[in-house]
Write a protein that binds this ligand. Structure first.
Ligand code: XMP
Length: 512
């Protein structure tokens, strides 16, 4: 296997760290992020071909502020410090900083000095983006100033002998007009890396690594039919074939025909996949009897999922590994630059601590759109890759109040109409999610000449890029009208449809 060039991005807490990693990959070099708190052996084992020290919110040198692990300097590869990273390098090599005088934020003009390889193809006067109050006052020994701005003087420094460079501004943001060129100059002119990363090579590399790690053991995967777990299944299936054992827990809370569709899609894409479906609707519904509180519902569903998964998993011999579709944003959320864990990531609803499996997370360095590209690259069809997200607890969080077989049936019929109309109008691919919610109340209506007292369905359609924020979709009125009249006309027990016009925040996408 050919060794990939790899850039290690050391995270000091900047909001732009992911963007740095992203820009590097976009330019054909594999990149990986580690927090500044990583151990020396983690840094060494990452075997980078170059290192970038990110920005960060702290003031370098202050008590408790993140520090530079000297092992990084001993790896003897080119280093680029950005903002906070520049300040750490300056302090380490004996320079000094100014705190807060002549602050410079936002766009500013940079005068780049001739002769520094960072500026190849960059005009001598260019616009850059600054975002920090501190900056270098006196240069460390062996460094020269390679760019200045009017307000702060030293805006970039270099020690060409040590192959260490540093920028006070952020080349990774689009406001820096030649930022990508500057990063590429570091990667290709200074570090002399070879562009050898693309999705195809990454897929091959990941498959080879999984094979090497798993050897002749078995691997378990809870497959939901969502994009992430399906891509993991496809990758591992290609890597280890029948040693991969997928378990699809059908909790009976799927949309109309969805469980059957998922199984048939998986069998079609991967005919030899070892897939076991466990039909557990009765158990889930039994445990949900009388439960109205949203959190209680979620907990019961999560626990029941684990019970069912564990029982099935225990029947598979020699299962040493558990595969998960953890994505890069989940990894980032699982540590913080201050050492405190924000959230432990898991995709199976919180596996018990005493499950003695080693985790395999082949997507842990990827962003969602990269996972989609990987799925396509490995041959999964477009409609699998572009499935709308669906919550783990399924329709249970879209039935407000108690979940019963009867209420599930009403919601399924209404939701099916929503899906059909969104697909027919072409809006299905334009929106993040569109679905029906069954409300826990009845209202008066009139059908024919008779009074009705029936359920209300809320229609929820949102635009979003990452589900962290969302806007209600301005769906054309005629689409809302056909959804509404079809639901009231075709679904027994519903006499009213309302459209949810709230955004996230302050609302959430799901109603529970
Ligand atoms: P909220 O309702 O928090 O949802 O705005 C954000 C996104 O997450 C999905 N969602 C879930 N996904 N398990 C999941 O796998 C869950 O328990 C869950 N709850 C919400 C939701 O559909 C939306 O895309």
């Amino acid at each position: 296997m050919k060794q990939l060039s790899k850039v290690l991005v050391v995270d000091y807490g900047s909001q732009y760290t992911q963007l740095i990693a992203r820009r590097i990959r976009e330019n054909g070099i594999y990149s990986e992020i580690l927090p500044w708190t990583a151990s020396t052996s983690e840094f060494e084992n990452s075997t980078p071909s170059a290192i970038i020290l990110s920005g960060g919110p702290n003031d370098a040198g202050e008590k408790g502020a993140p520090t530079l692990n000297h092992a990084l300097l001993h790896l003897n590869v080119p280093i680029l410090g950005i903002c906070y990273g520049m300040q750490l390098l300056a302090l380490h090599f004996g320079g000094t900083l100014v705190n807060g005088e002549n602050r410079e934020y936002g766009e500013t003009k940079l005068k780049a000095n001739d002769g520094c390889p960072l500026w190849k193809g960059v005009p001598p006067n260019t616009t850059v983006w600054m975002s920090h109050g501190n900056h270098v006052k006196t240069l460390p020994n062996g460094f020269t100033s390679v760019a200045e701005t009017a307000a702060i003087g030293i805006a970039a420094m270099a020690s060409e002998d040590h192959r260490i460079y540093a920028l006070q501004f952020h080349p990774e943001v689009s406001h820096t007009s030649h930022g990508v060129q500057i990063l590429c100059n570091f990667l290709f002119e200074i570090a002399e890396l070879e562009r050898n990363w693309n999705m195809g090579s990454f897929i091959d590399d990941t498959i080879a690594k999984c094979r090497e790690r798993v050897k002749d053991s078995n691997v378990l995967l809870a497959l939901s039919g969502g994009v992430d777990s399906t891509v993991v299944a496809a990758l591992l299936h290609r890597a280890i074939g029948e040693q991969l054992h997928c378990i699809f827990v059908d909790h009976g809370l799927m949309r109309q025909g969805e469980a059957e569709e998922i199984v048939s899609m998986l069998c079609q894409c991967m005919p030899k996949l070892q897939l076991q479906t466990v039909k557990a609707q009765d158990l889930f519904l039994k445990r949900l009897v009388g439960i109205e509180d949203p959190e209680a519902k979620r907990k019961i569903i999560g626990k029941t999922f684990i019970d069912v998964f564990e029982e099935q998993a225990s029947k598979i011999p020699n299962a040493k590994f558990l595969a998960q579709g953890t994505l890069y944003p989940d990894v980032i959320e699982s540590y913080s630059v201050n050492g405190a864990v924000i959230k432990s990531h898991h995709n199976v609803g919180g596996l018990p601590k005493d499950m003695k499996f080693e985790l395999i997370e082949p997507l842990r360095e990827l962003f969602k759109d990269e996972v989609r590209a990987m799925g396509l690259g490995i041959g999964l069809p477009e409609d699998v890759i572009w499935r709308q997200p669906f919550p783990g607890p399924g329709l249970a969080v879209r039935i407000l109040g108690e979940v019963t077989a009867g209420r599930l049936s009403i919601l399924r019929k209404a939701d099916n109409i929503v899906q059909q109309e969104l697909k027919k109008s072409g809006w299905h691919r334009n929106v993040w999610q569109g679905f029906a919610v069954l409300l826990p109340l009845c209202t008066v209506g009139v059908m024919g000449d008779a009074r009705t007292y029936d359920n209300v369905i809320a229609l929820r359609v949102v635009d979003s890029v990452d589900a962290m924020t969302a806007n209600w979709t301005r769906l054309p009125h005629d689409i809302i009208a056909s959804i509404s009249s079809r639901i009231v006309g075709e679904v027994n027990g519903v006499n009213r449809v309302v459209y949810d016009v709230s955004s996230k925040p302050p609302s959430t996408i799901e109603w529970e």
